[in-house]
Ligand binder design. Structure first.
Ligand code: HPA
Length: 267
């Protein structure tokens, strides 16, 4: 971690407001970062490497709507074989580079029967169903041993995001994201269970990043793109469909996040 931070600071990453984690098919937002500095993951000492199709595997640093941002085009997943510690390392790194907030995005399956394919969902809370927790092990001194999770997703940010969506006439659902380990998609029985447990959407990322971010004091925004209806609610699922749907809704997605960043009064 120390080496990665020194490496990135030497490259010129000095100021940072927002960390951005861009999920499957959503990486294009980072292409709008001005005077961007691109850093391939494999060149960063101590950094894991992304293996999923459609993920670029690089950091993009620069200014977006007047704020300093560090975007991850491609994230790390538990199902790739990384430890929870490894896959959340970039979040802690963002904190140490000076970020005050992270925006975590993902592709997710819609569990709520009111949701439609292609809608955006602001994450209001989460269920960590991965069976583990990234904070297991010695506490890292960035936060308390037993962090309160009553408001893991920042309440004020949620309020602001909903106001922005309303003003821009972008349809924004909100609900609970349930994180599974993957890589197999859920079965219809698991989706019925998820719904009974209160989930509105399911996916294979984000929950551990949110735990680490909240623990170290980063404010968290979560946005899911409902790329498909979850298992049992439509014929079959595949990764191509997930990427196709993000392609279709990316303009609203980008506008929403850019406006949010622009209007963030911090600093
Ligand atoms: N399940 C899990 N992860 C996903 C899904 C899904 O239906 N869609 C996109 N990511």
């Amino acid at each position: 971690m120390k080496e990665a931070i020194r490496f990135l600071k030497n490259l010129g990453i000095e100021k940072l407001d927002f960390g951005l984690v861009l999920g499957s098919g959503l990486g294009e937002l980072a292409d709008e970062i001005e005077s961007a500095l691109y850093i391939d993951y494999h060149t960063i000492p101590g950094f894991p490497i992304s293996t999923v199709e459609g993920h670029k595997g690089r950091l993009v640093y620069g200014q977006l709507m007047g704020k300093w941002v560090l975007g991850m085009q491609g994230r790390f997943h538990y199902y790739e074989g990384y430890t929870m510690n490894e896959l959340t390392m970039p979040i802690l790194m963002m904190k140490k580079l000076g970020a005050h907030s992270v925006i975590l995005t993902n592709a997710a399956g819609g569990v709520n029967e009111q949701f439609e394919q292609g809608e955006l969902m602001m994450i209001s809370d989460q269920i960590n169903f991965t069976g583990t927790n990234p904070l297991i092990g010695p506490n890292n001194d960035e936060g308390p041993r037993f962090p309160d999770m009553s408001a893991a997703y920042d309440k004020e940010y949620q309020y602001r995001l909903r106001l922005i969506a309303k003003r821009l006439r972008i349809n924004l659902q909100y609900g609970i994201y349930m994180g599974f380990s993957g890589p197999s998609y859920e079965t219809p029985a698991e989706i019925r269970m998820a719904r009974l447990m209160g989930a509105d959407a399911v996916g294979m990322s984000t929950v551990s990043e949110t735990i680490v971010a909240h623990h170290c004091g980063l404010r968290v925004v979560g946005i899911s793109c409902i790329t498909n209806l979850a298992a049992g609610m439509q014929a079959t699922l595949n990764h191509e469909e997930v990427v196709e749907t993000t392609e279709r809704v990316k303009d609203n997605f980008k506008t929403l996040i850019k406006t949010f960043i622009q209007e963030e009064p911090h600093v």
